[in-house]
Design a protein around this ligand. Sequence first.
Ligand SMILES: Cc1ncc(COP(=O)(O)O)c(C=O)c1O
Length: 385
Amino acid sequence: MKYDFDKVIDRKGTLSLKLERCKALFGTTDISPLWVADMDFACADFFIEAFQKRQQHGIYGYPVIPESVYDAIISWFKVKHNWSIERDWIVLCNGTVQALNFCVELFTQKDDGVLVQSPVYPPFFSAATSLGRLLHINELSFANKHYEIDFADLMLKASASKAFVFCNPHNPVGRVWKEEELLKIADTMLRNNVLIISDDIHADIVYKPYKYIPIASLSPEISKKTITVVSPNKTFNIAGLSIAALIVEDKDTRLKIKKFIDTFQLSPANILSIIAIEQAYTKGDEWLNALLQYLDGNRQLIISSLQNHPVIQAIEPEATFLSWLKFKSIDLDDAGIKKRLVEEAKLGLSEGRSFGNGGSGFQRINFGCPRSVLENALSNLKRVF
Ligand SMILES: Cc1ncc(COP(=O)(O)O)c(C=O)c1O
């Protein structure tokens, strides 16, 4: 293989959150940290070459965002996801979570209902609660190792909400929502005049035969009622560079966002992140295909290793480099599972309960790591449980 995803790279001394927070979260650094969602692979050479070229110049003054960045975004989403975006619809900012938060702030009022589906990436909850909104939760239904949407409950909660913060593909349960599900979601939101804020950061890491469909791409009516947030942060392992794009067709919605971004200076002002987004969306295809092949190998390894395991059930991730593990038939609560994971299996995973209702009894493992690291983690899991 042209790219060496097997290489184990020491991240010590690189200000890595994944390593530096271990002591605080797990009480020790003597663990394999497979929690926060960044990968342990070096990013593609073309990023490093572009950064080195720019870095050698020596002057790092205020940058502008060139038109070529917008062209790159338009072309990536057209070619990869068959979604036609217009230049004017794109607004850049510094991160996906930043965008979710300011969209809730801008388009809902205090005490308005904000709807999310749990279990979900924790900042979805805080986007509502930290801004004084009422959090409504549509808990995903879990049966036969698979997650589905409870549409009757979604309708009920939507009727009391002003915005729906949606995750497509979904972290942590790994679903890639199908067209018929997306249409039903959109219909529910449009009927109740609920704004859809769709976090599509995991759009590019999807395994065959699943297919990511941007909800806004389904019709002009849905597009006008949707803000989609996309980013190369996860796909290309450049989360530390902080960049994201909002795709907003509706002009009034977009102008409000732009005004807010201008007022608070939230437009990307980091030279490297501006270079990175263009590099990602113009040169990233080949590297991404190789990455997907490698990640799929890791995903299959988790599924086959834990098949018929008496305690740990792996939910098949249709997307993402995160696997959602259910701990069953075990006489331990969440704290007990974590204690055994840390002390005996020497693993730092993301605790299911932090993903809200429906998360208790689960742990999330990040498999965006070299195969040998994953093999070691799986063998420790099986030894201890
Ligand atoms: C669904 C989802 N949204 C957003 C983020 C973070 O994105 P950013 O670093 O661009 O804020 C993550 C990271 O795990 C995520 O899983």
